[in-house]
Design a protein around this ligand. Structure first.
Ligand code: MN
Length: 169
């Protein structure tokens, strides 16, 4: 067997070993960095878990920041919406406050015009009022939410926001 033939035999094995070593499990720090490098918005908090398709159109991720307890009866968390993603129509028994920390999106109370929201905006969603919120078609949205009086409930999910509703001016 010539040297060239041996090389042809050994080189693919060598390459495979290099690739396997290069693909070893990522560290938690690497995974965290990947969830933060979307290119558009800054992540103050972890990206979180993908919201269920029955409650969201597109990809939205929720991370809980503060669980309600008997003293505060308030839940605090963050939702990251990818472009075009939005919640279904829903209500909160005691209302909700949204703090937009990055990106741009929409908030609409049923019967009112769709409202453009962006970084720095603070929005009240009144109690028991049908509404939705989400990102614009071409930008991400980071929104922190505060839901008070959780002893009355947190959220009642309803039907999806249609494309016609989402795109309405
Ligand atoms: Mn809401």
């Amino acid at each position: 067997m010539s040297t060239r033939a041996i090389f042809r035999l050994v080189f693919p094995i060598f390459l495979s070993i290099i690739l396997v070593i290069g693909c070893k499990d990522r560290t938690p720090q690497q995974e965290e960095a990947e969830t933060k490098s979307t290119g558009q918005t800054d992540f103050l908090f972890p990206k979180g878990q993908k919201g269920p398709d029955k409650n969201f159109t597109g990809n939205a991720y929720n991370t809980g920041l503060l669980a309600p307890d008997s003293t505060y009866t308030t839940i605090v968390g963050n939702v990251f919406f990818e472009p075009g993603a939005r919640s279904n129509w829903h209500t909160h028994p005691s209302g909700q406050i949204l703090i937009i920390t990055d990106g741009a999106g929409f908030h609409q109370i049923e019967g009112e015009a769709k409202q453009f929201i962006q970084k720095g905006d603070v929005i009240k969603c009144p109690p028991n009022t049908r509404h939705w919120h989400g990102a614009t078609a071409d930008s991400e949205l980071q929104q922190m939410y505060i839901v008070p009086n959780t002893e009355k409930g947190i959220v009642n999910w309803m039907e999806p926001v249609t494309d016609a509703q989402y795109n309405a001016q």
